[in-house]
Design a protein around this ligand. Structure first.
Ligand code: NI
Length: 138
């Protein structure tokens, strides 16, 4: 456990008022916890831009009746098997499928995987969430 260090921050009052409203909306109990999260967000973005080992989640929604689509989705996932930890497939209704692909690997590989799935014709939606392995993040 690292030591707690206090530091002062100077801000314009308008900016602080906006930040306090943000804190309220996001249910933080104090400014410190909100600032910690903002700092972590930035550090996680840096892990991605510096192509570190990261984790993330990709979601896709598609109609499995679309010609050849299921095979293409499968082929792409096999090509990226090193970066995929698990895939969960949910049948939303008679036509639509929802897949959650949990990834771990080099940031650029995961981004490439996402772009390939997203650009497939007949994929109705593709979502992407950057996360961290957490090891280098206090
Ligand atoms: Ni399905």
């Amino acid at each position: 456990m690292s030591n707690l260090v206090r530091f002062g921050v100077s801000l314009e009052d308008d900016l602080l008022n906006k930040f306090d409203r943000h804190i309220k909306r996001h249910k933080y109990t104090n400014r410190s916890e909100a600032i910690r999260d903002l700092i972590r967000e930035e550090l996680i973005k840096e892990e991605w831009t510096e192509n570190k080992e990261v984790t993330g989640a990709i979601t896709i929604v598609y109609d499995h009746h679309a010609r050849e689509l299921v095979n293409k989705v499968m082929d792409i996932q096999h090509d990226y098997h090193d970066s995929i930890l698990s895939t969960q497939h949910i049948h939303l209704d008679h036509h639509n499928c929802f897949e959650i692909i949990v990834t771990r690997g080099k940031a650029t590989e995961i981004e490439k995987l996402f772009m390939k799935l997203k650009s497939l014709k007949s994929v109705k939606h593709a979502g992407f969430m950057m996360a961290t392995k957490g090891k280098d993040l206090p």
